[in-house]
Ligand binder design. Structure first.
Ligand code: CAA
Length: 295
């Protein structure tokens, strides 16, 4: 099985920067690409902040941090992926944009390079089919926050070769993660079960079952979940959740995957959760409080 030495990560948003961080931290030379310098700077700043925090908490040595940062190669140019053995796409959940990206990567990457998508809901089969290497294509779905969450879903479709799947699975393990194997189906394992749960929480609120903080508290204390469903929705991003529901509903045509009206309105109003400062909660003060939209 060919060794992976150099990793490419496309996208330095919340997921892409997290993936680049764990890749560099595990010893891989890691090229991370964004479309604009501002996005790239923000992604790199997120990584250094997380690593600095780990050093301050004595979870990581300063030398290890510096070595990890030294293995990160930020760029705006896809041509810098030429030597990569594995390229992980973590851009926006837009099928057209992903097809275009993998087309361009096919032009610059070597024959044996494996392509992976971190998509949470698009079809791996469909993405793979439009590339020049459907047998060397997998899903590598990480969870947020990537440096903390140990799960990676490794998704194979009908075209994925055993060698590609094994390389991707071994790569996830080499990051210190605990991967699971999934077949390509919309939502894979986790989102197929998690998304209807998050949507049901919104429906429960819409029908007046309880307040947002009480539903959150109920699930935290009643089930031992680290975050209640509204805190988690704000954390994931209501824009992301809304897009995922659209894709999942389109696939399954089941009501449990359909967006509740409130989610759609919050999405349209720009209440996207933590990333915009307001979602179900308002994050402008010391402690989150229920946001004006849902008061
Ligand atoms: N980046 C890096 N590290 C972070 C972090 C971040 N954004 N947020 C927290 N951490 C680290 C902290 O530094 C801390 O590290 P140490 O233990 O080494 O000190 C650790 O995580 C715990 O953090 P805190 O003590 O501050 O807070 P916490 O105990 O409440 O944990 C949490 C925070 C890990 C995010 C926890 O609340 C949690 O597990 N939440 C659920 C997250 C979840 O469900 N994620 C999946 C989302 S769904 C998804 O991603 C799939 C999709 O496709 C939509």
């Amino acid at each position: 099985m060919a060794e992976i030495r150099r990793v490419g990560v496309v996208g330095a948003g919340l997921m892409g920067s997290g993936i680049a961080q764990v890749s560099a931290g595990a010893g891989y030379e890691t090229v991370v690409r964004e479309v604009e310098q501002g996005f790239l700077d923000r992604g790199m700043a997120r990584i250094t902040k997380t690593l600095d925090r780990a050093v301050a908490k004595e979870k990581l040595g300063a030398a290890e941090r510096d070595a990890a940062v030294g293995r990160l190669h930020p760029t705006l140019d896809l041509a810098d992926f030429t030597e990569c053995d594995l390229v992980i796409e973590a851009i926006t959940e837009n099928l057209g944009a992903k097809h275009e990206l993998f087309g361009a990567l096919g032009e610059v990457c070597g024959e044996s390079a494996v392509f992976a998508s971190n998509t949470s809901s698009l079809s791996i089969t469909e993405l793979a089919a439009r590339t020049d290497r459907p047998d060397r294509f997998v899903g590598l779905h990480f969870f947020s926050p990537v440096p903390v969450m140990s799960l990676v879903e490794v998704i194979r479709c009908g075209q994925t070769s055993d060698e590609t799947f094994d390389r991707a699975f071994a790569f996830a393990e080499s990051l210190g993660k605990s991967p699971i194997a999934c077949r390509d189906n919309t939502g894979f394992v986790v989102n197929r079960l998690l998304v209807p749960y998050m949507l049901d929480a919104i429906r429960a609120y819409e029908s007046g079952v309880a307040s947002i903080p009480d539903i959150d508290k109920g699930l935290r204390l009643g089930c031992g979940y680290p975050m209640g469903p509204f805190t988690l929705s704000d954390f994931v991003g209501l824009d992301t959740l809304y897009h995922i529901t659209g894709i999942m509903y389109e696939e399954y045509k089941e009501a449990r995957f359909a967006s509740p009206p409130l989610l759609r309105r919050m999405y349209l109003a720009g209440y996207h959760g933590r990333k915009t400062g307001k979602g179900f909660y308002d994050y402008s003060g010391d402690e989150p409080v229920v946001s004006d939209f849902v008061k």
